[in-house]
Structures are given as C-alpha cells and as structure tokens.
Design a protein around this ligand. Structure first.
Ligand SMILES: Cc1cc2nc3c(=O)[nH]c(=O)nc-3n(C[C@H](O)[C@H](O)[C@H](O)COP(=O)(O)O)c2cc1C
Length: 175
C-alpha cells in the first residue's frame, strides 16, 4: 500500500522519471490516473482533449522512433498520449480554439503527472516528437493534435531536482 502524500510534497517531489522497472501497471491504475487528469480545468468545460493508452511494445517502439529515439517512450510500462481535440474547441471558439485545446491537453497532462507521482509511479512528459509520425501511428484525425506522450512505470531512478531559475527574472508585480 502506497501512502498518499501531502499536496506540497506531491508538487515539489515530482520529477521526470525516465527509467522504469520491468513491471506492469494495471489498467485500473491507468484509468484512475486519467480520471484524475480530468480534474484539470478546461476552456468552456469542453474537455477538448483525448487520451490514448498504449502498452503494446511495437507501438511503444514506433512512438519512441517518432520521439527521435527517446528511450523512456519504448521502455515505459504504459504510455498515455494526451491529444488536443482542436476541432471540438474551434467549433465554439474559432481560431482561439486551437490554443484552448492545447491548453486543455497540457493542463490534463500536468494533473496526470501529479496523480502518477502521488501513486508512487514514475512519469515523464515527452513533447519532442514528430507530430505527423505520431498522428499516423495512432491513426488520429486530422484536427486532433498530439501534445504529450506521457511515459509511465514503476521508477528505477530517483532524479535530483533540476536547477531553478531565479524568480526575480520571471515574475513582475504590478501593484
Ligand atoms: C512541454 C514539455 C516538453 C517536454 N519534452 C520532453 C522530452 O521530449 N523529453 C524529455 O526527456 N523530457 C521532456 N520534458 C520534461 C522536462 O525535461 C522536465 O520537466 C524538466 O527538465 C524539469 O525536470 P522535472 O520534470 O524533473 O522537474 C518536457 C517537459 C515539458 C513541460
């Protein structure tokens, strides 16, 4: 039984984990992560996002090649490819819909990563991939954009926290 963590520990303790044990993740656990991803806000509550779960080794290999050979995509126990449903959002919001659907997908991705960490899983957001190859491999409709390939597995590494930028460079107060 994995103890659920304090919220601040979940936020601060999450790392991009790219090495995994050779041990599967149950379908129920992946489904619970997706339910938690749906806790994310969504423009107009359209929930203009889709989730494609991949465990098939050949498809993982194909997606790893599409991601320029990134090994976490091949070696993960499961992948959740989070996509923006651009059409769904554009029907209501026109040009702005494409940005909204990408933001919908990104917000869900973040929630899924936190939920995974909270369950003791390792996960990594892979965003560097060839859209067209991923789209073809997954047979996505033309106006569905893959946003993140989330690799999931029981962790086989504990990465150190990355360098932080000075907040003074990033924050401007208008008071
Ligand atoms: C939009 C986006 C794209 C990313 N793409 C990749 C990627 O293609 N490959 C990878 O290994 N990590 C990728 N990452 C993970 C970052 O490298 C990682 O979040 C960053 O180094 C900070 O480390 P942390 O997640 O452990 O805090 C991506 C993260 C984001 C938000």
């Amino acid at each position: 039984m994995h103890w659920l963590m304090d919220f601040e520990d979940v936020l601060r303790g999450r790392r991009s984990v790219r090495q995994y044990q050779k041990k599967g993740i149950s379908r129920e656990l992946v489904q619970s992560l997706i339910r938690n991803a749906e806790a994310a806000p969504s423009a107009g509550n359209l929930r203009a996002r889709r989730y494609i779960v991949v465990t098939d080794p050949q498809m993982r290999k194909a997606l790893s090649i599409a991601a320029y050979g990134q090994s976490q995509v091949e070696t993960a126990s499961a992948l959740v490819v989070v996509c923006a449903d651009v059409d769904r959002s554009s029907q209501r919001y026109g040009d702005r819909g494409s940005l909204f659907s990408i933001q919908d997908a990104a917000a869900a991705t973040m929630c899924l990563l936190l939920a995974a960490h909270n369950q003791g899983l390792g996960a990594c957001w892979t965003g560097a991939f060839d859209d067209q190859i991923v789209r073809e491999a997954l047979d996505l409709e033309i106006r569905v954009l893959p946003v993140a390939i989330i690799s999931l597995g029981w962790p086989a590494e504990s990465p150190l926290p990355p360098a932080q930028r000075d907040l003074g460079e990033m924050v401007r107060w208008i008071a």
